[in-house]
Ligand binder design. Structure first.
Ligand SMILES: *Cc1c(COP(=O)(O)O)cnc(C)c1O
Length: 481
């Protein structure tokens, strides 16, 4: 390799471009042991650039092509090409977001972009930070809520505080359980509030649960409202939830990790009505909007709070006697020390497309989901889990011919529970489609097709995905289950 290594980078760029050819399959699935046998993974001996190039080819060959329309396995998706360019530049610049002196341009970009986002979500006087993901964002929200309620926590810890309770919906993301554990509450401190069949929290039950904790002398700390649940895409009645939180003086966090991207669309943002009353909000542009992983925003209404709750005033990094305006050193608001520049890739996308360009992508995504839902509703053999389109999630079962026209009793559903993963297996092995499946509450394993900004998925492609599910579904027999 030449000293600066740039010729190898050129080569890699070519390989990445080749890997994006239409003819390259979505996945060449191998089981772990098989794959271990194929790849040259040992690092003991150094290799030549030629050999390393072959390694890169193998990495790409057996990797999953998440940029393809048929990758519907997660809520992240193909990246926005401008975002990808931003991510490449970020990696090449290799700096950290903590101080203005090492990231002058990126600091200003993060600040400007956060201001724009806070305005969009209706808390223009708030503050924010890019976090490594939604799971970390929920930690931020609970820490902020707890510090606001009991500022002495920072020095004295939890030992003399009342027992605090966290409220969340049955369909919310599992990260809140991890957060309760990590922050010393324990999962017993969580009250799970039931939802309706479409996945929205039952507001009267929430109020009753808060009332009950009050009566028992415990401290209702935070309600985690959902704006787009992971599986069904459910959006809670945020106004109803906000009213309850206000009445009892409970911190309202809105988990908009998935659904927050709908705020980009003037047409759909009213689905999240009431989000502007939240004390804190999390949004993952790395999901629906296609920012490269990881790109996640944590927002808080109370401007000084992030700094107060999280600062440790490290004297070697955040010196107060620096030669420039140190209010631009934003790193002490973070729980991290070194922090990746996650704002820049989102800024590149936004700069290229503007508010209007992003809103069009959101509208197009919802239109595709709407088409998919309408098609699934009338297509023989398909059955929707929820007929309400909240976020661009379409959840359904495929009922193979041999299962139709029968009593849908417990036995029948037990079989359906096995059929869905079997179809998924076949779809993956044939490299036809990578699709998510899950059970939720009483609902047995079903498929989730969730749509995203990138790549654009047209109606033909939706029909082809459904056809693939049907094709694999029809090959399933009782014998293979
Ligand atoms: C994905 C998701 C999260 C967690 O986000 P990560 O960035 O994966 O940590 C939280 N909430 C919801 C609703 C999600 O879908």
């Amino acid at each position: 390799m030449e000293p600066n290594g740039l010729s190898f980078l050129d080569k890699v760029l070519d390989l990445v471009k080749e890997d994006r050819a239409e003819s390259v399959p979505l996945i060449r699935f191998k089981h772990p042991k098989e794959l271990e046998g194929i790849l040259d993974l040992d690092v003991t001996e150094g290799v030549t650039d030629r050999q390393l190039e072959q390694c890169v080819r193998d990495v790409l060959k057996y990797g999953v092509k998440t940029h393809k329309a048929t990758f519907r396995n997660q809520l992240f998706c193909g990246t926005d090409p401008y975002g990808l360019a931003g991510a490449w530049i970020t990696e090449a610049c290799n700096t950290s977001q903590y101080t203005f002196e090492v990231a002058p341009v990126f600091t200003l970009i993060e600040q400007k972009l956060l201001g724009h986002i806070l305005k969009l979500f209706g808390i223009p006087d708030g503050d924010g930070i890019f976090s490594p993901g939604g799971s970390i964002a929920i930690l931020y929200s609970i820490v902020a809520a707890r510090y606001k309620a009991f500022p002495e926590i920072k020095v004295k810890g939890m030992r003399n505080l009342p027992e605090m309770i966290i409220f969340t919906s049955e369909d919310s993301h599992y990260s809140i359980k991890k957060a309760a554990h990590w922050l010393g509450f324990g999962t017993d401190s969580i009250r799970i509030i039931p939802t309706n069949d479409d996945g929205q929290i039952l507001v009267p039950q929430l109020e009753a649960a808060i009332q009950k904790e009050n009566d028992l002398g415990r401290y209702p700390l935070i309600v985690n409202g959902m704006a787009g649940t992971t599986v069904l895409g459910a959006i809670d009645d945020l106004i109803g939830v906000a009213d309850v939180c206000q009445k009892y003086g409970v911190w309202l966090h809105v988990d908009a990790c998935w659904g927050g991207s709908l705020m980009l669309s003037p047409k759909y943002k009213n689905k999240l009505k009431g989000i502007d009353r939240a004390n804190s909000i999390s949004w993952n542009p790395h999901k629906m909007a296609g920012a490269p992983l990881q790109c996640s925003v944590f927002m808080v209404r109370d401007k000084g709070l992030l700094h107060e709750a999280n600062s440790a005033a490290a004297q070697y990094l955040f010196q107060q006697d620096k030669f420039y305006d140190v209010s631009y050193d934003t790193g002490d608001k973070s729980v991290q020390c070194g922090r990746k520049i996650d704002a820049f890739k989102l800024w590149m996308m936004w700069k290229a497309r503007g508010d209007v360009g992003l809103s069009q992508l959101a509208d197009q995504t919802m239109a595709t989901a709407q088409f998919c839902m309408e098609t699934v509703a009338k297509r023989p053999g398909f059955k929707l889990v929820s007929e309400v389109l909240q976020c661009p999630n379409v959840c359904f079962w495929y009922i193979p011919s041999f299962m139709r026209g029968k009593d849908q009793d417990e036995e029948w559903w037990k079989t359906m529970h096995k059929i869905t993963p079997k179809i998924k297996e076949l779809l993956t092995l044939n490299s036809q489609l990578m699709v998510a499946y899950s059970p939720v509450r009483q609902f047995k394993n079903f498929f989730r097709l969730a749509f995203t900004f990138h790549p654009k998925v047209d109606q033909e492609q939706v029909l082809s995905m459904l056809a693939s599910i049907e094709e694999c579904g029809e090959t399933v027999t009782m014998a293979v289950l």
